[in-house]
Design a protein around this ligand. Sequence first.
Ligand SMILES: [Fe+2]
Length: 116
Amino acid sequence: MEFGDLIKGAEAEGKEKHVPVIEIDRGHRKGDVDIVRVIVGKQIPHPNTVEHHIAWIELYGVKKEGQVVDLGRAAFAAGYANPNARFQVPVAEFNAFCALAYCNIHGLWQNCIEME
Ligand SMILES: [Fe+2]
């Protein structure tokens, strides 16, 4: 087994939605910041109880020369905080963003988006 075998994507999605959705909001005016938002359960909310919840989200960026940067992690209080995290990132420096989400019952889930 390899670590990658543990990580599931959209093809493994069942009735509950675990794949982290990545949204980019580039700053439009001078002085504005770029935001990368990562959400689990955007369309259909994932359960959020002590017994079953999304415990954390991590965001990675891939730079133009291929370097992988760990951009940050958000951890959530089960039953209180929904898995919706906002990272302030200089989007233009990256070719792609990838996110990981961990459900305490259903394991690790990933998604990536490429910038054009
Ligand atoms: Fe789950």
